[in-house]
Design a protein around this ligand. Sequence first.
Ligand code: ZN
Ligand code: ZN
Ligand code: ZN
Length: 292
Amino acid sequence: MSDWLKGIQIVIIIVRETDAIGMPPRSSSGTCLLCKAGIGRIAMPRHSLECLKKSGWPESDAPSFVIRVEDFHSKMFWLLVLARNDATLSDLDSLLRDVWVECCGHLSAFTIYGRRFSSHSDYDGFDEDDESGLSVPLDEVIGPDSTFTYEYDFGSTTKLRLSVVGLSPVTPKSRSLILIARNNRLEIPCYFCKGKGEYLVTDWPDEPYQIVVCRDCTRKNVEDLEPECMMVFPNSPRAGVCGYVEEPNTAIRWYPPGWHPGDIYPAESEEVLDEIMNNDEDDAYTPIDEDT
Ligand SMILES: [Zn+2]
Ligand SMILES: [Zn+2]
Ligand SMILES: [Zn+2]
């Protein structure tokens, strides 16, 4: 567990260094999923409220919540979610798992004004007086300025901060929640050459044990890299933690109509990675016992 925690800390340090060396604040730039405009984290809620008005989606007398979700420890990873007032914590939990955190079905919980709402409270036989389940409508527990937290996995925990940043008469079409904005993929320099970091190495044999590498440096260091410890750097605060792998096919369920997995995930990077790692396996195969 501590290794994974160390890992995510290293990723965060790498991310912070990116900022520190004077690069533009790309980390917090994002995309409006309604009009595809590039907008920063701070300006996005106002933009989204305006964009929703033009969306043609249904309106309701009971306003929907615009909720910003961000990594508790950094502002690099963020989402904006439009939630109908009667969407449940369980719906929100499903979105967060599908878009950002799910790895092996760990437990999760929201903490709202000191009250805990846990996924495991829904299971039979789990009886904690001070915890409720997730089948609670949002409008019973949050209001216009609420801030609350979410934790996924009580071992290698990913902790998120959620804030209601606006109310809109517009409601998501035919569902209770929809993703309306998201941070762009982070640009992290390659550990070796400072070029465009593309892959996360979750188990590098030396300190720091998690690094980000470009495709050229992946080729150069292929003998030290295990295929199962390599992935396209995930657009998620759970990058490098437990068995987390980004799943664009699952995340896309929460996007507005018109988005496809290929729009949100660089499949080409993954193909190149497979090609590099598979070539290495072929090269590495040399029958050693021929002459013995
Ligand atoms: Zn927009
Ligand atoms: Zn896991
Ligand atoms: Zn490199």
